[in-house]
Write a protein that binds this ligand. Structure first.
Ligand SMILES: Cc1cc2nc3c(=O)[nH]c(=O)nc-3n(C[C@H](O)[C@H](O)[C@H](O)COP(=O)(O)OP(=O)(O)OC[C@H]3O[C@@H](n4cnc5c(N)ncnc54)[C@H](O)[C@@H]3O)c2cc1C
Length: 338
């Protein structure tokens, strides 16, 4: 039987009241502000207002893991304890940003907490934890199958005391957002290294560096996902100082594995919440709408669909819970080993 800590239960109760008081009633305002925005990728006033409220209520940086507890007020949470909180935020997908818990910033902050130097943390982690800036993580490339990250080709080479980057990335979340200041870029720095997992390096690239060109905003299933968005970016003869390297040359793959384990699970946690909310809305709707003389809820096929969805969501929830529990016990690298 999986149980949550007292800290997780207490935070979940406070988060639920916040959602009921401030987030659910603001959904129409969010849609309206986005529809009326001159630039679809600029911060929405509603989010900025709710961020201040969440910060004041101590519902801030809830994603920070136990091992990095010194970076947040609540002292950090394990993956399992974070699950009910992330599931609740997933019920209104844009709400994660209100609590400074949105992707890709959470994964990027985790990278900076674990691998950055004190100087790098001062420059990038501090404003990210304060919710003042946003960031992107650039790994995927159009020309290669990027689910196998050893394939990536963006060239990184040391030229004197600078790194020189050349290549293209796509589906880079947040790169168009007005507040994005940092892109963590993974590239190939040592293509001839016989160890395929030591060929990659990760660099901290300020968004406004010369040669960083956002080519276009991409869509997924027709959605541009504004105001966050997913961009194609060209790195055209981009130069950054040698000290912008994370952890060290050749250690990029190691960082990617450390980052993507919890980062991917956070998406799963939120999507369980999104699915649960959709089911609840469906259940309300079928009580209100009637066809052929009866409510939708009285038609057998509708009842069956709802029952199947309920079972599927519960299965997904249990699988995510089990994975989180295992990650807490043995670490994400071991938990995902098949
Ligand atoms: C909305 C959105 C946001 C994203 N944000 C970011 C971002 O911020 N930064 C970033 O770097 N990338 C981002 N991505 C890209 C995403 O991480 C990649 O699409 C993903 O890693 C897969 O890479 P690929 O598209 O090159 O697919 P490919 O690697 O070409 O894979 C093709 C197909 O093969 C399947 N496949 C691959 N390996 C296996 C395997 N071992 N077993 C079975 N099937 C397999 C895949 O499931 C897929 O269906 C985003 C994508 C989307 C849709």
């Amino acid at each position: 039987m999986i149980t949550y800590s007292d800290k997780s239960i207490e935070l979940a109760q406070r988060l639920q009241s916040f959602m009921e008081q401030h987030v659910y009633p603001a959904q129409a305002i969010h849609a309206e502000q986005l529809a009326q925005a001159e630039n679809r990728f600029s911060p929405l006033p509603l989010i900025e207002e709710l961020k201040q409220k969440a910060k004041a209520d101590g519902l801030w940086n809830l994603f920070v893991p136990e091992a990095c507890g010194q970076h947040c007020e609540h002292g950090g949470l394990g993956n399992l304890d974070y699950f009910p909180l992330a599931e609740m935020m997933g019920r209104v997908l844009w709400s994660a940003e209100v609590f400074n818990c949105s992707a890709p910033d959470t994964g990027n902050m985790e990278v900076l907490m674990k691998y950055a130097t004190p100087e790098q943390q001062e420059r990038w982690l501090k404003p990210l934890l304060a919710g003042e800036i946003r960031s992107s993580y650039a790994m995927t490339e159009p020309q290669v199958a990027s689910s196998d990250a050893t394939n990536i080709e963006l060239s990184m080479r040391l030229d004197g005391d600078e790194w020189l980057l050349d290549g293209c990335k796509w589906f880079i979340t947040g790169a168009m957002h007005e507040r994005t200041r940092l892109i963590i870029v993974m590239g190939k720095s040592d293509p001839d290294n016989p160890d395929r997992h030591r060929q990659q390096t990760q660099l901290l690239v300020p968004r406004d560096t010369a040669g960083v060109k956002v080519v276009r905003a991409l869509t997924t299933l027709g959605y541009d996902d504004a105001p966050v968005g997913h961009a194609e970016i060209l790195f055209d003869q981009v130069r950054v100082p040698a000290e912008n390297v994370l952890l060290g040359a050749g250690r990029g793959f190691e960082i990617a594995q450390g980052r993507l384990g919890p980062g991917r699970m956070h998406h799963c946690m939120r999507l369980v919440g999104a699915a649960q909310r959709a089911l609840e809305i469906t259940c309300q709707r079928v009580q209100e709408r009637s066809t052929f003389g009866r409510k939708l809820s009285q038609h057998q096929s509708v009842r069956e669909d709802i029952a199947v969805s309920f079972a599927e969501i519960e299965m997904a929830r249990l699988l995510v819970q089990k994975t989180c529990h295992r990650m807490d016990q043995v670490g994400s690298a071991e938990a995902f080993r098949i």
